[in-house]
Design a protein around this ligand. Structure first.
Ligand code: PHE
Length: 369
């Protein structure tokens, strides 16, 4: 028992000297463990005479408490030190990208959509949005295609029953729009001229091969004012194709054509180089049809509630998917809609590259190849 004071001093010193949690644990075991110094003394109590034993037991218990107290104080200090050391050394750089690689891709159709909106947006066009399920008035009748008009056969239309509980009635049925031209009418119904809109969206026809899918995308364009002429149409579309293909010059020609809703009607071709292995837009030995256009037919203006004696305008319709195939060299349209992530990885665009007329449309850096 004489040793008690020196033992206590020694253990408390060791506790203070423990430099980390591991050595503190060792000190604890050496004192209070199964074979620890204090434990051994406890065991020795049995050999003492009864009155000595009571006094010694008390002293040992006080010692034990003191040691436990000292350990827990020391432990708190060491834990705090360890945490501070961690915080000082383990820095997190929050400016690093969240992943080593950008995972997502922008689909070529979305990219082209963005580019077309950027170009016409800068020319002062608004973007109009309309329904995929269309009535026959907007998809056909108002566009100068009354029932039984032969031009309805030009498009392989998907019809929808007007009422699921009644027998199918061709005249009353709805369609999933075969083109975005119905948006010409919807725009005239909701806006007063001057009108300058584009209407991008999904369109549907019963067709399927390397360049046709049952669902595809078009952009409709409509300009109506008192003095709008075919010269405006030509200038506008020429500026569009140059901006879109990111070329300073590009040969274009307009071929006379027929659409019931425009008069005169034309198809626009752009110059291209066609070889067995290559299709290059811009110049060369051949022509490529890219869109249909014309001056809005007076009957269409009338159907939209606009006086054809006061106003005139032009319209055009262009296939977005086809533009994507041409600009980015994608050979088969069907692959656009197969949701194959390997395809998307190959043909998709970086989500961080936004198309703008000032910052660049495709940027070409945007192509992750
Ligand atoms: N709607 C026509 C088509 O789908 C394209 C077009 C639009 C033609 C506007 C002239 C004017 O083929």
């Amino acid at each position: 028992m004489e040793d008690l004071e020196s033992l206590k001093t020694q253990i408390l010193q060791n506790i203070q000297a423990a430099a980390d949690l591991k050595s503190l644990e060792e000190v604890k075991v050496a004192a209070m463990g199964k074979k620890g110094a204090v434990t051994e003394m406890m065991k020795g109590l049995g050999a003492l005479a009864a009155e000595q034993r009571a006094e010694a037991g008390k002293k040992l218990n006080v010692l034990k408490n003191e040691i436990e107290q000292a350990i827990s104080v020391r432990r708190e200090v060491l834990e705090a030190e360890e945490l501070n050391k961690k915080l000082a050394t383990e820095t997190v750089d929050i400016t690093l990208p969240v992943r080593p690689e950008i995972q997502g891709r922008i689909h070529p159709v979305s990219k082209i959509y963005e580019e077309v909106v950027a170009i016409f947006g800068q020319m002062g066009f608004d973007v109009a949005d309309g329904p995929d399920i269309e009535d026959q008035f907007h998809n056909f009748n108002a566009l100068n295609m009354p029932p039984n008009h032969p031009a309805r056969q030009m498009q392989d239309t998907f019809y929808l029953p007007h009422d699921a509980n009644e027998p199918f009635d061709m005249d009353k049925s709805y369609v999933i729009r075969t083109h975005t031209s119905g948006m010409q009418i919807r725009t005239m119904e909701s806006k007063k001229p001057p009108i300058r809109i584009i209407a991008p969206g999904r369109t549907y026809r019963s067709d399927y091969d390397a360049t046709h899918t049952p669902m595809f995308h078009q952009v409709e364009g409509l300009v109506i004012d008192k003095t709008t002429t075919m010269a405006h149409l030509k200038g506008c579309l020429y500026d569009f194709v140059k901006a879109f293909f990111e070329l300073d010059e590009i040969p274009v020609r307009y071929r006379p054509s027929y659409f019931p809703f425009t008069e005169p009607s034309a198809e626009m071709d752009i110059g291209c180089l066609k070889t067995k292995t290559e299709l290059k837009v811009g110049a060369g030995n051949d022509w490529l049809e890219i869109l249909g256009c014309g001056m809005v037919h007076p009957n269409v203006l009338k159907a939209g509630g606009i006086d054809p004696d006061e106003y005139q305008g032009f319209a055009f319709g262009v296939g977005l998917d086809r533009l994507a195939m041409l600009k980015y060299g994608i050979p088969d349209l069907r692959t656009f809609f197969e949701s194959d992530v390997r395809w998307l990885k190959n043909y998709g665009f970086s989500p961080l590259d936004f198309s703008s007329m000032t910052g660049g449309l495709s940027n070409n850096g945007g192509l992750i190849r």
